[in-house]
Write a protein that binds this ligand. Structure first.
Ligand code: SF4
Length: 324
């Protein structure tokens, strides 16, 4: 447990947490909505600093990150908390309930990367924003030691802490759950605008990929998909979009997304975005050059990369991402 960054204290020892757009008002001895921050005598503490619920070595594509060192592996870990309450959470057993944790200091994390021959660490699975102080310390330390870090996040973070974190995170995947605010209010206990702001900020500074989980009857209409794609294309049509298949989980009992809906969404997205992938289905998800159509990355049992110095070897088009 360490003192949290980004909070304001009042005379009656109540605090306002300023880490994420919820701005939880927290009375003494109480925790915020994410359960990761507690007010103790007027000081806000991060309760889960270095406490991990899950530590694994994954393919980097599983994050998903398709344009960031494809075929590499990544040490992945996450905290036992989240600052959204999505009714369809695919990881609710570790994000929304009390579960046991293991302490992983930044030094231990570095040792684990050496043991597993990993050049990358992902803060993922639940919501790493609620691990802010740990992610910041660990990322600085790992960067000094030649290890790159990535965040797999809902993007629900305030601009100031995001600005502090940005120089130490090499790549991001942001879960843009829908393009309409009512979806966030109804299904996630959050709001859309801060997520859009985070995406715009990160797109200017870092490698960014976006995931959109399509849920039948909630965010699968043609007009919603068009709006979401337009938002991304206006920022940068090279940002890879991962359209992901929903399966029933937590409080959401609707049947899985029909495959035809995913193909429909992909067809819409491909009209404006250069790199569109389908997730949570059996698919080879190859990367093609958006200019000449050359097969650039083949993902399967082995990953074959045909990107030379960041460019298509046939037509010299620059390909978004890092392929070295
Ligand atoms: S980080 Fe947690 S405590 Fe802080 S405002 Fe967000 S939900 Fe509330």
């Amino acid at each position: 447990m360490i003192e949290a960054k980004y909070f304001r204290r009042y005379k009656d020892d109540t605090v306002i947490c300023e880490l994420c757009p919820h701005y939880c008002k927290i009375e003494p001895e109480k925790t915020g909505l994410c359960r990761a921050r507690k007010n103790i005598y007027g000081i806000l503490y991060s309760l889960n600093y270095g406490q991990a619920v899950s530590v694994n070595v994954d393919p980097i594509e599983k994050k998903p990150l398709y344009h960031f060192f494809p075929g590499d592996k990544i040490l992945s870990l996450g905290p036992n908390s989240c600052n959204l309450k999505c009714s369809f959470c695919q990881n609710y057993t570790i994000s929304q309930t009390e579960v046991g944790t293991t302490e992983i200091t930044p030094e231990t994390l570095l040792k684990l990367t050496k043991i597993h021959f990993c050049n990358f660490v992902a803060f993922t699975y639940t919501e790493p924003t609620t691990w802010f102080e740990y992610v910041l310390d660990a990322s600085k330390f790992l960067q000094e030691n030649g290890v790159k870090t990535v965040m797999i996040t809902n993007g629900y973070i305030n601009p100031k802490p995001l600005k502090e974190l940005l120089p130490y995170i090499s790549a991001w995947n942001i879960d843009l759950k829908a393009i309409h605010d009512y979806f966030y209010v109804k299904n996630c206990s959050g709001t859309l605008e801060p997520v859009l702001k985070t995406i715009k900020t990160i797109a200017k500074k870092s490698h960014l990929e976006i995931t959109n989980l399509i849920i039948p009857g909630e965010n699968d209409s043609g007009s919603e998909i068009i709006d979401l794609v337009d938002f991304i294309a206006d920022i940068n049509p090279n940002i890879p979009l991962h359209i992901s298949r929903y399966f029933p989980s937590y409080k959401m009992k609707k049947p899985p997304t029909p495959l035809k809906t995913l193909y429909f969404a992909r067809d819409i997205a491909q009209k404006k975005l250069n790199y569109v992938y389908l997730g949570n289905i059996d698919n080879e998800n190859k990367t093609f050059c958006p200019s000449c159509g050359k097969l650039l990355v083949e993902r399967g049992h082995e990953t074959v990369i045909n990107v030379i110095n960041g460019k298509c070897p046939i037509c010299n088009t620059e390909i978004y991402g890092n392929f070295a």
